[in-house]
Design a protein around this ligand. Sequence first.
Ligand SMILES: *Cc1c(COP(=O)(O)O)cnc(C)c1O
Length: 344
Amino acid sequence: MTKLTAEELDFDNLDFSYKDLPYRYQAEYHNGAWEPGKLITDSNITLSEAAVVLHYGQEVFEGLKAYRRKDGGINLFRPDRNAKRMRESAERLLMAGYPVPDFIEAAKAVVKANQDFVPPYESGGSLYLRPMLIATTPMVGVKPGKDFIFRIYATPVGAYYPGGMKPTAFVTSEFDRAAHGGTGQAKVGGNYAASLLPGEEAHRAGFSDVVYLDPRQHQYIEELGSANFFGITKDGQFKTPKSPSILPSITKFSLIDLAKEMGMNPVETPISIDELDEFAEAGAMGTAAVISPVGSITHQAKKHVFYSETEVGPKTKALYDRLIGIQYGDQTGPTGWVVDVPLD
Ligand SMILES: *Cc1c(COP(=O)(O)O)cnc(C)c1O
């Protein structure tokens, strides 16, 4: 594959597809220790056909973005949180965690090396970083690998809402994305494999994605596709589900802090699928979109409409604008959320 040049990119019309940029970061773990990592140019990974990751799914990943500021500098948003969460995911799958400070330095190195590919501030795009950790040891029996590759690749992505925020329709699923006591709280590829069929069924039925309910009772909201859920009650309280099988979204925790700042008295609490009437607005939270407004949720053939099926609600929009403002460096947020990438 020939490498892309920054001149070839139309930054105003980027989608969410993979682009083979010049540099990625890689470190390898052998004999009980991480070897020094470095920037490399090869976008391929050569593996044994018996590598544990290929058969037993010993893989965890992360997702974060680098944002071009108005002054031309570049911000990472809370990379320490991604680094810590990746260690927690790795622990659940018996993998060697990558050290937090090294993760942050690696993320900075990938951004700096590919800095020409960070979309301009005006485009509303960003550079998406995909840290990943795979077990490479060849094994036939089901056992944890002893060798690992940590890699971060980067790809430029466009503004999520080029035409403004638009609510979409969701539908509850009979499937579960994660079992009670399973790996729902870890960012593992296997959870996504399990979500492909329910996601596809929802798309075919004309919905943007699935609402997963709790795996024990199918009563409480867990996640929306691969994002966390929030609702804003009629008296302005921000509520988001509490459950051991939800992926702890960094966007969610950030919005909880901002909701507090905005007087919305945020709580994490179980949210029953039968109590949607209490909400005036609802949304899905994650790095890719920050917030996807939820127009409606259809459950057992009954459609519940929130604020509107076509317009974003005012509190949802205010939360979105505040977080985006911090990420792109237009507004000052809580200490430590934004990390400048030194470009020399
Ligand atoms: C990554 C992910 C999220 C969102 O997490 P962020 O840290 O906000 O990007 C939510 N749910 C699932 C299942 C995820 O994998």
